[in-house]
Design a protein around this ligand. Sequence first.
Ligand SMILES: Nc1ncnc2c1ncn2[C@@H]1O[C@H](COP(=O)(O)OP(=O)(O)O)[C@@H](O)[C@H]1O
Ligand SMILES: [Mg+2]
Length: 373
Amino acid sequence: MRDDLEIQYRELMENANSIILRMDTKGNVTYFNRFAENFFGFRQEDILGKNVIGTIVAPADLSGKDLRAMIDDLVHHPSTYMSNENENILRSGKRVWISWTNKAILDEDGRPVEVLAIGNDITKLKEAEAQILKAKEAAESANKAKSSFLANMSHELRTPLNAIIGFSELMKDGTAGPLNEKQKEYIGYVWESGKHLLSLINDILDLSKIEAGKMELELGEFDLRDLIKKSLTFVSERANKHGISLLTEIAGGVGTVRADERKVKQVVFNLLSNAMKFTPDGGKIGIEAKEDAGMVKVCVWDTGIGIEDSDKGKVFSEFEQIDSEYSRKYAGTGLGMPLSRKFIELHGGKMWFESEGKGKGTRFYFTLPFRAG
Ligand SMILES: Nc1ncnc2c1ncn2[C@@H]1O[C@H](COP(=O)(O)OP(=O)(O)O)[C@@H](O)[C@H]1O
Ligand SMILES: [Mg+2]
């Protein structure tokens, strides 16, 4: 009966579709199943009694890891190698990766005498893993190269642009002598376009800085109330022209904050100019600020074209604009909102919006800690 059982076990081990081997505490092979023979290319008679080092394990793997030391440790402490992945070598010299399950075989006194090892080939998996890692590294370094290219280019582009803006402004104002009406009109276009291009370049530069992790906040103390009032003056002329009323509501608790003034100004300006851009003549836009849960909460709202649910994902994604007659009518890049949100997040705040749909207006919110950084 016992013999029968043993024969059955042996057959099972022989015919298993896994590598099964045993080795003693020196690492000498004492059992090697048929699958292992086919896999490694050693016949039983070639390998039994031989050490695994020099047969199926190279002294070191391709990364230089000392496998001799590992096997030495494994045969003495199999329990710490219960599941172990390591590089092995075939008789042909080909390196493979195997996922091993190791178990100590004890003598009557409970001392480990042998190790039973069951292994499965994971070479393909490892190769795929390495390829993914390589692709990821390549993508990351390409992205870094792109960011630094953009940062450099933006700088190179800004220098000549400053000359275009500066000198066209002087000409436009008549500082370089009188111009006729047509000349005045044309130089005005040069100046406007130059300014527009500069703000695009600045946005791209900011975005590439953020992506490269190089955007730093220049923290200082300023009055948020003043900043909001000043920002409103930038849009008030256009609001007047289009019959849009501007409403402001700043609660008592809002005052001095510690943040990056230039960036907060840019955020407020982006929000106000969007509200203006996407609100038809005769509408209303407003800005509110109040204290909320230890933060300042600012809301820029409008009674404009609104944002449909299906378009909501586009607002904060870079270079995306919702396709409408409005975005076609007004130039834009789709960089304003993603940048604004990143600026706010750098401060430890949040930015989001609400809109009940087409024609129902939009409310953009952001929060800012009173003391960022
Ligand atoms: N107040 C708003 N009302 C309606 N849609 C808006 C509003 N603000 C932003 N959007 C939508 O989100 C898009 C992204 O905004 P933004 O990043 O500022 O890009 P841009 O202003 O250059 O188009 C806009 O193109 C527009 O479709
Ligand atoms: Mg915008």
